[in-house]
Write a protein that binds this ligand. Structure first.
Ligand SMILES: O=C[C@H](O)[C@H](O)[C@H](O)COP(=O)(O)O
Length: 217
């Protein structure tokens, strides 16, 4: 089974959590693209979606699923999204696709975070995947210096402008043993919009595509 087949299996398994008449929170990335394909089969039964990126919005609208502004909804039952790494506490690194800030907003207004992954994403300790940090452009150098003080090795993601007009620093060489504390510390640096650590708001359900089928935890 390929990684993409495992992503597809996880994406389709998330359909079980979609309730009739609801507005669904939709994440970003190659795994979520499979979920969007699956959601098409229910498009007459849902009101629509709140999306976490321009890319997902375009994909949803192309198949005829209405996309609502996050300001129009008070809360969502579920948010379905992928992850770059996830640890045994269901804390995640996200933002490999630069959508971390909008993802965090849609996750925050959702009751339940359904994380869909293939079997390469589970780790014991996060940090092998470089931690993305969205930064206001004028603060890039300052934030990079502060991240070095926290023990990381920040690298400017060349050519990447987020949907919010900001830049990304990818922080290498971290061993994230206290994800909640690190999330708070990085978010407190002036000029940081969001860090791609989802620890204070982790996943509620994990659907992992494996060679033996989808494992739920
Ligand atoms: O910014 C992107 C998101 O955080 C994605 O959810 C994450 O990068 C996982 O993406 P994929 O499903 O393509 O591995």
């Amino acid at each position: 089974m390929t990684q993409d087949e495992m992503k597809k299996a996880a994406g389709w398994a998330a359909l079980e959590y979609v309730t009739k008449g609801s507005i669904v929170g939709v994440g970003t990335g190659s795994t979520v693209n499979h979920f969007i394909d699956a959601l098409e089969t229910m498009k007459e039964q849902i009101k629509g979606a709140v999306s976490s990126s321009v890319a997902s919005t375009e994909r949803l609208e192309k198949i005829g699923i209405p996309v609502f502004d996050a300001n129009e909804v008070a809360s969502l039952d579920i948010y379905v999204d992928g992850a770059d790494e996830i640890n045994p506490n269901n804390e995640m690194i996200k933002g490999g696709g630069a959508a971390l800030t909008r993802e965090k907003i849609v996750a925050a207004i959702s009751e339940k975070f359904i994380c869909i992954i293939d079997d390469s994403k589970k780790v014991d300790v996060m940090g092998q995947f470089p931690l993305p940090v969205e930064v206001i452009p004028m603060a890039r150098s300052y934030v990079a210096r502060e991240l070095v003080k926290l023990g990381g090795d920040p690298c400017y993601r060349e050519g990447c402008i987020t949907d919010n007009g900001n830049v990304i620093l990818d922080v290498h060489n971290l061993q994230i043993t206290n994800a909640k504390e690190l999330e708070d510390k990085i978010n407190a640096i002036a000029g940081v919009v969001t860090v791609g650590l989802f620890a204070n708001r982790g996943a509620d359900v994990v659907l992992e595509g494996t060679a033996n089928g989808v494992v739920k935890s």
